[in-house]
Design a protein around this ligand. Structure first.
Ligand code: ZN
Length: 254
């Protein structure tokens, strides 16, 4: 199965760009999680540099993707400029990476053809750390200018459309057709905590047992999720396996 690593830029004490009452880190994370859900719905394996509002070093983001052996790396960001009239979408790849450039072109053209943008600023290359340090084809999408009113409106109110466009671009890289109707996902959740360290401890315990546990902050709780499946019986099989080990498991349908 294809493996995609999604990198929501910034996080924690690093809010990224600010503008129009928005924080870049929040938009990046929200869109990344939505993209991930769509990809999982298309039987793509997904891993993230972060699934909550935490700070992760650039080198660590790349290291995680390399350890995961991802087929591609996609980083999501929002642009900013002193002049609020600057606007539009642009996508970067690493200089000299032809597959990175191919991925960047597919992402850019998918966003443009979906209409979730103001100006097509095209694809570019840049020596960004996450593009340089990742071993696989990588692209970084600047989804819009948080400092521009029109773009900020897209970044705030059209995150689902942006996520679909980005997911379509990723899927097209692998030749996987996008299916509109797959929306139900069965998530295996092992716990929900108000204190993040409790969730992290449980996730680490599960990881040490070989489970792909992630912590997602949602609705005021840190939730430990061990898997997300299109097929309910697959989620039930994992839930039963975890229950047999004494874990408190629920299946969340989204
Ligand atoms: Zn950024």
């Amino acid at each position: 199965m294809v493996k995609v690593f999604l990198d929501a830029g910034h996080g924690g004490h690093d809010p990224g760009a600010l503008g129009n009452d928005l924080r870049e880190k929040d938009i990046n994370l929200s869109v990344a999680l939505k993209v991930g859900n769509i990809l999982i719905n298309h039987s793509v394996n997904v891993n993230y540099s972060r699934t909550t509002d935490v700070f992760v070093e650039l080198a660590e983001r790349a290291r995680k993707a390399n350890n995961y052996n991802a087929d591609i790396f996609v980083s999501l960001h929002c642009n900013a400029f002193d002049n609020p009239s600057a606007k539009g979408v642009e996508t970067y790849s690493y200089p000299g990476s032809s597959n990175g450039a191919k991925l960047a072109k597919l992402l850019q053209s998918s966003i443009v053809s979906s209409g979730v943008y103001t100006v097509d600023r095209g694809t570019k290359t840049a020596n960004f750390a996450v593009l340089r340090l990742t071993n696989m084809p990588a692209a970084l999408v600047e989804m819009g200018f948080i400092t521009n009113g029109e773009d900020a409106n897209i970044l705030k109110n059209r995150q689902e459309d942006l996520a679909i466009a980005i997911a379509k671009g990723i899927l097209s890289y692998f030749g996987i057709p996008y299916k509109d109707s797959v929306t139900t996902l069965y998530k295996v959740q092992v716990g929900a905590f108000s204190v993040k360290s409790n969730a992290d401890n449980l996730a680490n315990e599960l990881k040490s047992k070989g489970y792909d546990a992630i912590v997602i902050y949602q609705g005021g709780y840190y939730k430990v999720q061990v898997g997300a499946f299109k097929v309910r019986s697959n989620a039930e099989a994992l839930a039963n396996e975890l229950k047999a080990q004494g874990y408190d498991v629920i299946i969340v349908v989204v």
